[in-house]
Design a protein around this ligand. Structure first.
Ligand code: FE2
Length: 242
């Protein structure tokens, strides 16, 4: 099976469209969506409908999916994020909100676990950015491979004989006896100083996971943001990749 792994789309229609076209070229058969379909960019409703229509093996809930689908006070979010969430809530139908609100915090397909933030407490939305946080998450990982998102930074960790190390390469072989925790990066708002959309492919027959970057029409995405009540800063940060 060839899976396309997509995370943190955040309502970026241009990035999502470009990634899905590339996935088709790669021969992707099913998709794994790691959450945060909505929030930040100007097309949450359109992106959600595209994701719902995909052949999905798994889709889990991100913190923005959660906040956009319920009526909560947004005390834990910074001003930019909370303005975006309030705007996004108004773009979604009640059916779309129910879909988002019903998503699981973690899920599993075959030998793959999927969680938006971290397996040690999926509802607390912790950030896995180093091998210590990876180790904490991996101690709750009972499958060979786990995909996570939330940080918007592509990253992979390998655990062998209890030792966790960060992998340097964007492409690697899944070896027997090892466990992997892999972030495919963000489709719609990368934060590693590279504006290009990020996603991963997991080819289970070749036992290979690879992370890919792809150019997209970032100017159109920015113009759409500037044409809404969304904070202008959300348009600026897209081309900077942070
Ligand atoms: Fe996110």
């Amino acid at each position: 099976m060839k899976y396309g792994i997509i995370s943190d789309i955040h309502g970026n229609l241009e990035a999502l469209t470009a990634v899905l076209e590339k996935c088709k070229e790669f021969g992707v058969e099913e998709y794994i969506c790691v959450g945060d379909i909505v929030g930040y960019n100007a097309n949450p409703s359109e992106c959600l409908e595209i994701v719902r229509a995909l052949p999905l093996a798994v889709v889990v809930k991100g913190n923005h999916d959660e906040e956009a689908s319920i009526e909560s006070n947004l005390a834990e979010f910074n001003e930019q994020a909370s303005q975006a969430i309030l705007w996004t809530r108004n773009q979604l139908s009640s059916d779309q909100k129910k879909y988002l609100s019903d998503l699981p915090f973690k899920s599993r397909v075959g030998r793959i676990t999927v969680v938006h933030a971290s397996l040690d407490d999926p509802e607390e939305w912790g950030y896995v950015m180093d091998s210590y946080a990876a180790e904490a998450s991996m101690s709750y990982q009972f499958s060979q491979v786990c995909f996570y998102g939330h940080t918007h930074v592509p990253m992979a960790f390998d655990r062998e004989h209890g030792e966790v190390k960060m992998l340097e390469s964007a492409s690697f072989i899944v070896e027997p006896g090892h466990k992997y925790l892999v972030n495919p990066g963000s489709v719609g708002q990368p934060r590693d100083k590279d504006y290009r959309a990020s996603f991963a492919i997991y080819d289970t027959e070749a036992c290979e996971i690879s992370v890919h970057r792809i150019d997209y029409d970032v100017k159109s995405t920015q113009e759409k943001i500037l044409g809404t009540e969304l904070p202008e800063r959300l348009a600026e940060r897209l081309e900077l990749g942070h």
